[in-house]
Design a protein around this ligand. Structure first.
Ligand code: KG4
Ligand code: ZN
Length: 354
């Protein structure tokens, strides 16, 4: 591995195990991806219709060493080439987080590299800065203030960022996260887990105007709610099943998707307007949704940055990218730090549980 003479680069090994992906990556200066390895457990969890926590943590234990080794090998890196190890500390499943955190601690202990405990939501945000090492045309660096929409399986939040690592949570879901809503709606209409990609696929041939599902706007706040649309899908499915055992899956999927993405789009655009944003970031698993991407990319008012599909869902490159900013600010963690399964973004700079 060679570095450019005269230029100091910071190389960070990222480790992610908060949910059902065991991942490791090496990223330079918070942007350039030298390697990005992901062992997905999706196939294992399909039969449960969601993530089965005990199965997830056992699988992380089985995968973690090989995943880290592969990330090091693909980047042609040795531990001497690295500056720090960043690992997801929370939020996430406790039994899953602990596997990544323990692996990172073990490596820090043997190599002497500093440790950075990273908030998973902060990591999703920094996925917007990532690009492949050989990308001749990387996306521009986002300019503050930014409005960030984080939409994943566990979280849906609108966050104002005035500078690096500073987050003001404006609002978010009052009930189901956007990804969770996709997963639950998919189950109701008979599509497999994870629901987001299944609904998107089914919706391609569907009519989004066939069913009118509620778009709960919660005027006067930046919050949103998806339980109404989920209940409406359930009612519609029961009603349709009485008429025929064959559900109009494509139309149900398209109408549901239309309702969820339009709520997310309207709220985010309104927040960008109110806070005079210089740009919008859309991150997290649901940002892989093509209908959501199209809505944002087709408007001309704000520059919008949505990571490449591969960096929308959980990965460790985003953990290393967030780690870069914590490294530059010298916000290191002691070897004794613990996982923080409920760590909210609003407490990300406090780093303590109490
Ligand atoms: O960020 P992520 O990989 O894990 C969490 O941190 O939760 O997000 C996973 C979520 C799942 O709920 C999945 O259904 C959703 O992202 N998702 C999608 C799409 N791809 C993944 N939702 C809508 N459309 C997609 N194409
Ligand atoms: Zn995630």
């Amino acid at each position: 591995m060679s570095s450019q003479p005269g230029l100091r680069t910071v190389r960070i090994l990222g480790i992610e195990s908060s949910c059902d992906e065991t991942a490791a990556a090496i990223v330079e200066d918070g942007r350039r991806i030298l390697s990005n390895v992901i062992a997905s457990q999706i196939e294992l969890h399909k039969k449960y219709g969601g993530v089965f926590p005990e199965v997830a943590s056992r699988q992380h234990v089985m995968n973690i060493s090989a995943v880290v080794e592969e990330a090091m090998a693909k980047a042609h890196a040795s531990f001497n080439d690295l500056d720090a190890i960043a690992v997801t500390r929370g939020p996430g499943l406790a039994g899953s987080l602990v596997v990544g955190v323990n692996a990172a601690k073990g490596l820090a202990l043997t190599t002497g590299l500093p440790l950075l405990g990273i908030n998973h939501l902060e990591a999703h945000i920094y996925s917007a800065w990532l690009h492949e090492a050989d990308d001749p045309n990387p996306s521009p660096i986002p300019e503050f203030p930014l409005i960030t929409l984080i939409v994943s399986g566990g979280h849906s939040e609108i966050v104002l960022m005035k500078s690096h690592m500073q987050y003001v949570r404006l609002g978010g879901t009052l009930d189901d996260a956007a990804g969770e809503a996709f997963d639950k709606a998919a189950r109701l209409i008979g599509l497999e887990y994870p629901g987001g990609p299944s609904i998107q696929k089914a919706a391609i041939f569907g009519d989004p105007a066939r069913f009118s599902f509620p778009r709960s706007r919660l005027e006067g706040s930046w919050d949103f709610s998806f339980s109404g649309v989920k209940t409406a899908v359930l009612r519609k499915v029961r009603e349709l099943e009485k008429e025929s055992p064959e559900l109009p899956v494509a139309d149900l999927a398209a109408s549901f998707q239309e309702s969820v993405v339009s709520i997310l789009f309207e709220k985010t655009m309104a927040a960008a307007h109110r806070y005079e944003a210089n740009g919008i970031l859309i991150v997290g698993g649901v940002s892989a949704n093509q209908a959501l991407r199209d809505l944002f990319l087709n408007q001309q008012t704000y520059p919008v940055l949505i990571p490449k599909m591969a960096y929308c869902t959980d990965n460790a490159a985003m953990v290393a990218a967030a780690g870069f900013h914590r490294f530059e600010a010298e916000k290191f963690d002691e070897l004794g730090f613990d996982v923080f399964p409920t760590w909210p973004l609003s407490r990300v700079n406090l780093q303590t549980e109490s």
